[in-house]
Design a binder for this molecule. Structure first.
Ligand code: HEM
Length: 415
């Protein structure tokens, strides 16, 4: 039998379908030191949860970009410093006290009550995008639905005019791609230039809102005062807008919507069940998040020597908590590789993390998934891959789970 060491999770072919490899790791070495990188992959559900529940021992302050062989090249730093703002650590990759300051603000934006108030907007964006299919019976689902949906919603909430949104796709790719740890130095430099363009765009909007406040999240961020009375400075505002709100939320939600459709193409049985009992839409959303976790892995750094799953770790060791592996642990989820709309605790997965860093946008993301599939299953039917269309593929990434494209054929249902 092939040794575990012969497989490398930095290999795009392994990333495309990592689940066989994850299953072996969970069974043989749920905390496993990758010889290729030195990172410890944490794949078992219990050990993953144990690690993220100890945020002072397993710190979040690790920048995936700084882990590239050449660190963050000076050329990239110069691009930011000359034309924009060097991004600060995101909420998700920082520790207290910075984490506490940013999280306090972000948490207030996505409470259950605020998401409930945003639900008519979320439903209407899903409907509008399907209206946009017109009479077509074939679309490229990522481009025509899964990508614009979260983008339109967060843009509306932040206060970005719809007319500017076509500029966002390239910007948003440029923020997220370097986190994949699979891009060339040239592309990282190009991404930095695009991110600076986006920063300049937001800097103008911030100046506008300072002059004329509105009822939107941008104004809220400007007017926010922390417990010590301090406002966010420009570098903080730009980081919150571009990384914490746009990068953390959009690609992940796009990934979940696209993967959800792909899962239903492979196993359409849940469609009829959900149509008969729409309450199950929520369970469908949880199963999609569990099966194709959009954030496959997040880093942690050991603050001191520690034991995890019987493995001795030293101060400074890096862990990659593989949410995507933990969420298919058969010890936690019987028959883990298939959609089951009747699990006892459907939301009990780790797709949003747990504890100190649990996703602040989880309520919004869950509602977006429910609204997306409610509209899609109500209005369309008979989903399939168009004949001759290329097989959808997952883009190489150590972090994310995004499809490059999803050609989709369907029939319109009569109203
Ligand atoms: C399906 C969609 C989403 C998934 C799967 C997802 C996943 C995650 C995960 C796993 C974490 C925790 C990371 C950790 O423990 O290190 C996280 C944190 C975070 N997410 Fe999400 N997310 C989604 C949508 C969103 C949305 C819509 C937003 C905002 C608009 C958002 C903003 C954030 C922020 C700011 C954090 C950092 C929280 C902290 O570190 O305290 N996410 N997300």
């Amino acid at each position: 039998m092939q040794k575990i060491d012969d497989t490398d999770l930095m290999d795009p072919a392994v990333q495309e379908c990592p689940y066989g490899y994850y299953a072996r790791l969970r069974a043989e070495a749920p905390v496993y030191r990758m010889p290729q990188t030195g990172f410890h992959l944490v794949t078992g559900f219990d050990v993953a949860r144990e690690a993220i529940r100890q945020p002072d021992l397993f710190l979040s302050g690790v920048s995936p970009m700084a882990l590239a062989d050449d660190g963050i090249p000076q050329e990239i730093i110069d691009i930011y410093q000359s034309g924009g703002w060097l991004p600060l650590a995101s909420c998700s990759t920082s520790d207290p006290p910075r984490h506490t300051r940013i999280r306090r603000f972000l948490e207030g934006l996505f409470t259950a009550e605020r998401v409930r108030r945003a639900t008519p907007l979320i439903d209407s964006v899903a409907q509008e995008l399907i209206d946009g299919f017109g009479g077509r019976t074939e679309v490229e689902f990522v481009r025509d639905f899964a990508h614009p949906m979260p983008m339109y919603i967060i843009a509306d909430l932040i206060g970005v005019p719809r007319s500017d949104i076509n500029r966002f796709k390239a910007w948003s790719d440029a923020i997220v791609e370097p986190f994949s740890m699979m891009v060339t130095r040239e592309r990282r430099i190009e991404c930095a230039r695009l991110v600076v363009e986006m920063q300049q765009y937001f800097a103008e909007m911030i100046a506008e809102r300072r002059r004329e406040p509105r009822d939107d999240m941008l104004t809220e961020a400007i007017q926010y005062r922390d417990t010590d009375g301090s406002a966010f400075d420009m570098q903080e505002l730009i980081t919150i807008l571009t990384i914490d709100l746009l990068a953390s939320g959009n690609e992940t939600t796009t990934a979940a919507i696209s993967s959800g459709m792909k899962l239903l193409l492979e196993d359409p049985a849940p469609i009829e069940e959900v149509r008969r009992n729409p309450k199950l839409l929520e369970n469908l959303a949880e199963e999609i998040l569990r099966l194709e976790s959009p954030a496959q892995g997040m880093f942690r750094r050991c603050a001191a020597s520690a034991q995890l799953g019987g493995v001795a770790l030293s101060e400074g060791d890096l862990l990659s908590i593989r949410f995507g592996a933990a969420n298919r642990d058969p010890g936690q989820f019987p028959a883990p590789d298939r959609i089951d709309l009747h699990r006892r605790k459907p939301g009990n997965h780790l797709a949003f993390g747990v504890g100190r860093h649990v996703c602040v946008g989880a309520a919004l993301a869950r509602q977006e998934l429910v609204s997306a599939f409610k509209a899609l299953l109500a209005r369309l039917d008979d989903f399939r891959l168009p004949p001759g269309a290329p097989e959808p593929r997952y883009l190489p990434s150590f972090f994310g789970r995004n499809l490059d494209q999803l050609p989709l054929a369907f029939r319109h249902r009569s109203p």
